[in-house]
Design a protein around this ligand. Structure first.
Ligand SMILES: Nc1ncnc2c1ncn2[C@@H]1O[C@H](COP(=O)(O)OP(=O)(O)OP(=O)(O)O)[C@@H](O)[C@H]1O
Ligand SMILES: [Mg+2]
Length: 250
C-alpha cells in the first residue's frame, strides 16, 4: 500500500484536482484507492458532488478517536473510496496544539486501514498541523505547481520544509515529484517550467508534460465529476491518465 500526500501551501495550486483525478486514473489501472481529505474546505467530497456540510461524519471524528476510518469511508466510484472532511476539521486543528503526539494522529488512523493499493491524502493550503499530520503519515509527496513565478518560489520553500520534516519527524519521507499545473502557452509559463526543471529537476522529478489550463476542470468540479468522466479527451485528462499509469506501474 503506497501512501501519497498531495501538498502545496499555495492555495489553488491544483492539489484537490490532482488527488481526485489521479485517483480516477489509478482506478482505471484497476488499483484500489482511498482518498483522505485533510482540508477543512471539504473539496474532495464536493468534487464528487457531495455537500461537505451535510456529511454524517468527517475525518476529524477518526482523528479524535471517536470513529474508525472504516465507519467514515464512503464509496465514490468503482475502486475509489473517500474519507471526507469538512469545517469540523478546522475546529479539530485548533485543539491539536495541546494534544500529545499531535503530528501523529492521521498516522494512527491509517494504521487500521487495509485493502488499498494507494491512499492519497489531499492537504490544505498551509504548512500547519494538518499538513504535518499528512506528511508524517506518508512515504511520498506529490507537489502540484502552477506554472508561474510565485508558485515556483513557493515550491522551493516547500522543498526545504519537507527536508526539515524528513530530518525531524519522518525519515522515510520522499518526494514523488512535481506536477506542473495551470500551464498556458505563454513565454512566462515556459520559462518557469524550464527554470523548475533546471534548478530543481536534478533532485526532484518534474512530471511531463505539464497539465494544461482548461475551463473543463472547473466545470467537472461543479458537476461532481472527474475530468476523465467530463472531458476525457482534453490534454489535462490524458496527462492525469499518463501520470496514473506511471505511478501505478513504475
Ligand atoms: N489544469 C487546470 N486548468 C484550469 N483550472 C484548473 C486546473 N486545475 C485545477 N483547476 C481549477 O483551479 C481551481 C483550484 O484547483 P484546486 O481546487 O485543485 O486547487 P487546490 O490546491 O486544491 O486549492 P486549495 O489550496 O484551495 O485546496 C479549481 O477551481 C480547479 O477546478
Ligand atoms: Mg484543495
Amino acid at each position: 500500500m503506497r501512501v501519497i500526500s498531495v501538498a502545496n501551501q499555495k492555495g489553488g495550486s491544483g492539489k484537490t484536482t490532482t488527488a481526485l483525478n489521479l485517483a480516477a486514473a489509478l482506478a482505471r489501472e484497476e488499483a484500489k484507492v482511498l482518498l483522505v481529505d485533510m482540508d477543512p474546505q471539504g473539496h474532495l467530497a464536493e468534487g464528487f458532488g457531495l455537500s461537505s456540510l451535510s456529511l454524517d461524519g468527517d475525518i476529524s471524528l477518526a482523528l479524535e478517536g471517536r470513529s474508525s476510518a472504516q465507519e467514515l469511508t464512503l464509496n465514490m466510484r468503482q475502486g475509489i473510496d473517500l474519507i471526507p472532511a469538512n469545517i469540523n476539521l478546522s475546529y479539530f486543528e485548533t485543539t491539536l496544539f495541546s494534544r500529545r503526539g499531535r503530528e501523529d494522529k492521521l498516522k494512527e488512523v491509517l494504521r487500521g486501514v487495509e485493502g488499498y493499493d494507494f491512499i492519497l491524502i489531499d492537504c490544505p493550503p498551509s504548512l500547519g498541523l494538518l499538513t504535518l499530520n499528512a506528511l508524517s503519515a506518508t512515504k511520498e509527496v506529490l507537489i502540484p505547481m502552477p506554472c508561474n513565478f510565485y508558485a515556483m518560489l513557493g515550491v522551493s520553500l516547500l522543498l526545504q520544509t519537507i527536508e526539515d520534516i524528513r530530518r525531524k519527524i519522518n525519515p522515510s519521507l520522499s518526494i514523488l515529484g512535481i506536477i506542473p499545473t495551470h500551464f498556458r502557452r505563454t513565454t512566462h509559463a515556459r520559462e518557469v517550467l524550464e527554470r523548475t526543471k533546471s534548478e530543481i529537476g536534478e533532485r526532484v522529478r518534474v512530471f511531463e508534460p505539464p497539465i494544461h489550463q482548461s475551463v473543463r476542470f472547473e466545470e467537472a468540479a461543479s458537476l461532481g465529476r472527474t475530468i476523465l468522466e467530463h472531458a476525457p479527451a482534453i490534454q489535462g485528462a490524458l496527462t492525469y491518465k499518463k501520470i496514473g499509469e506511471e505511478i501505478c506501474h513504475g
